[in-house]
Write a protein that binds this ligand. Structure first.
Ligand code: IVH
Length: 639
């Protein structure tokens, strides 16, 4: 039924129920309302653990997985498989008692999740009651937001100047973990069920495909694209089919889950410590999507690097809508032989920044080839080549408006001074009106100054003033990061802050001091020394001090060395903020990193972990939960 029809019937039912309250049923859809907002979700311990899945990325690995099953369990036949789309959403568990939906929870760490029953009650594809009488039933599946609803939600967020969601998965997660269930209800969420467990033997089900059919009959929404396959070759054909067609679906899928169909065989194969042996996930290769280059723009970064950017006809790729893709440098334009109007293939490099792979069709319109500019598009200064680098640079670092804007945008960003509310639009106005040239100028601004900007009323002017004033004492590491020193990013800033402890020590450091720090070499050391020798930079630092901008020194007095030598990567939702855990790790001598590699000692995984979890699994990196983490910090454990 269409949403429109559903809403009309819903309203009619509400009216009838208010006229004839005696006839209102306990499981009426109008009871799908959340209770008053709570402060925090309560925890729910899963009766049967929610395992994760092993991943494979190639068809050869799928064949090996199947052959291993046959060999290790001496199967002299080809076990039947079920292929399902792997839905990119959030895993949840639903408990039914005496046919009633009584409790729903997130996966959490697999053992304990969050009780989000009230929110789940607002989702139409979750039945409040099973069709036939059943004593105990657990159903698991994936909550997702259709791609079209995700686009509509983001359009609405944009209109309201609210934060945009990066992809449908984040939108689903954000919508589901609302303390006010009315917000969840207003979002278009749905569920695909892919697992059922009956405690009693009241119904005889012996295969996974029978279970899916049973769930469907009981009123659950299952994904109808599932297929029973006779052997691994048929499963591979299914994967190939959906790899080509996944873009046509209105929900995000990142692979195929392949499960042994027969329950007896499943229980014989059993589980490893992390995942069932009877199932595996085939992950699709990164999506490549075709679109048209509408324009090629030249971007001037905060360091003066001048780079070409392709402006694209918007397309949805690997979880979000893409409108711009980097072309890296002007040599790349030549290499790709790309021009405005061409049809291109794009994909997300490392899953984040979109990249143009190749031209698939040149525009029929005659156009001059696109040449690298000779002059800066922002300030008109002649561009230069720096030895050994392919990039072009605008050397007018102090006067070029785009570079100034870039530096101020960077200064206020989250990993720097974290001045929330000063968006790109405000920065652009402040720079264009000449009110801000250096970061220190931000602290001179008065409420009246903000009132001079377009679309800023009294209340927001006061607010902008307040957030700037409140940001004056950041931790030393963030302050160092804000300075935008070449080759010095977030992680290097932390190393430096932890070593020197105060800004003053850093200013007086020598080359030899820097080389003492593990992870810092000549290139970074030179760059920092250059920065502090530059009189323009020193003037800014003096101005900042004059306006009361002083970083907080690093105080290690309360720390330990319990985590010395260990590198942590954090993923998923934990009971405290990520900063909280990062600080604990650092205070105890450990390091943190944003990406998982073989060198990672531990991945600290909270609820609904992302791809870092999968990568850790693939690399065999130890994955720990919060409890394990606190055990590491427990001094009793140390010999
Ligand atoms: S079966 C023991 N089927 O993939 C088997 N999982 O890493 C457990 N997922 O968190 C899962 N679509 O949320 C299964 N059709 C599907 C799925 C699916 C998505 C998710 C699931 C889990 C993750 C496994």
């Amino acid at each position: 039924m269409s949403d429109l029809e559903y809403d009309r019937l819903f309203k009619e039912l509400e009216t009838l129920e208010s006229q004839f309250p005696d006839y209102k049923l306990a499981d009426s859809p109008t009871n799908r309302v959340g209770s008053a907002a709570e402060k925090k979700f309560s925890q729910h311990k899963h009766k049967v653990r929610l395992y994760s899945l092993d991943n494979t990325y190639s068809y050869e690995d799928l064949v090996l997985w199947y052959e291993r099953l046959q060999k290790n369990y001496s199967l002299d036949f080809e076990p039947e498989l079920v292929c399902e789309l792997k839905i990119d959403g959030l895993a949840i568990s639903l408990i039914y008692e005496d046919s009633e939906f009584v409790l729903g929870s997130t996966r959490g760490d697999g053992y304990v999740g969050e009780n989000i029953t009230n929110n789940l009650k607002t989702i139409k594809t979750i039945p409040q009651k099973t069709k036939t009488p059943l004593k105990n039933l657990e159903v698991r599946g994936e909550i997702f937001m259709p791609k079209s609803s995700f686009e509509a939600l983001n359009n609405k967020q944009r209109e309201n100047n609210a934060k945009l969601f990066a992809n449908p998965r984040n939108a689903a997660s954000g919508s589901l973990r609302q303390l006010d269930a009315e917000i969840t209800r207003s979002r278009d969420l749905a569920m695909f069920s892919y697992y059922g467990r009956l405690d009693s033997n009241e119904i005889n089900i012996s295969t996974h495909s029978e279970m899916l059919d049973f769930l469907k009959k009981e009123g659950f929404n299952i994904n109808n694209e599932y297929r029973v396959c006779k052997n691994i070759q048929e499963a591979i054909d299914y994967c190939k089919y959906w790899d080509k067609r996944r873009q046509e679906l209105d929900y995000a899928t990142d692979g195929v889950v392949i499960k042994v169909n027969n329950f007896m065989l499943q229980s014989e194969l059993g589980y490893t410590s992390r995942a069932p042996r009877w199932a595996t996930a085939f992950k699709f290769p990164p999506e490549e999507v075709s679109t048209i280059v509408e324009n090629i723009e030249v971007n001037v970064g905060r360091s003066g690097a001048v780079t070409p950017v392709a402006v694209l006809e918007p397309v949805y790729v690997s979880g979000s809508t893409v409108q711009r893709a980097t072309l890296h440098n002007f040599d790349e334009i030549k290499r790709l032989n790309i021009n405005i109007g061409d049809r291109v293939l794009i994909k997300k490099a490392a899953e984040i920044i979109p990249k143009v792979i190749c031209v698939t069709e040149h525009s029929t319109e005659k156009r001059e080839p696109f040449f690298a500019p000779l002059y800066c598009p922002s300030c008109g200064t002649k561009l230069v080549n720096i030895d050994g680098e392919v990039n072009l640079y605008c050397p007018n670092s102090l006067g070029c408006p785009e570079q100034i804007k870039g530096r101020i945008e960077y200064w206020v960003s989250k990993d720097c001074m974290d001045i929330d509310g000063i968006g790109d639009n405000i920065v652009a106005q402040l720079v264009e009106k000449g009110m801000v040239v250096t970061p220190a100028d931000l602290y001179k601004l008065t409420v009246d100054d903000f009132l001079k900007l377009d679309l800023i009323a009294e209340k927001s002017a006061q607010n902008l003033y307040n957030v700037i004033q409140a940001s004056k004492n950041p931790p030393l590491a963030r302050f160092i990061n804000s300075l935008g020193i070449r080759h010095v990013g977030k992680e290097t800033s932390e190393l430096i802050a932890n070593y020197f402890k105060t800004l003053d020590n850093l200013k007086h450091a020598t080359q030899a001091d820097f080389l003492e720090i593990d992870g810092i070499g000549d290139k970074i050391a030179d760059s920092i020394l250059d920065f502090f020798q530059n009189s323009y930079n020193n003037n800014i630092l003096q101005d900042l001090q004059k306006y009361g901008v002083n970083p907080v020194n690093v105080d290690n007095s309360s720390g330990t060395e319990l985590l010395k030598g260990s590198t942590f990567v954090i993923t998923g939702t934990l009971s405290e903020t990520r900063d909280y855990f990062e600080n604990l790790i650092k205070q105890n001598g450990g390091k943190t990193s944003s990406s998982v590699s073989k060198k990672t000692s531990y991945v600290l995984a909270g609820a609904n972990p992302g791809s870092k979890y999968d990568k850790a699994e693939a690399l065999g990196v130890k994955i720990i939960n919060e409890e394990d983490f606190f055990n590491l910090l427990n001094t009793d454990n140390k010999e």
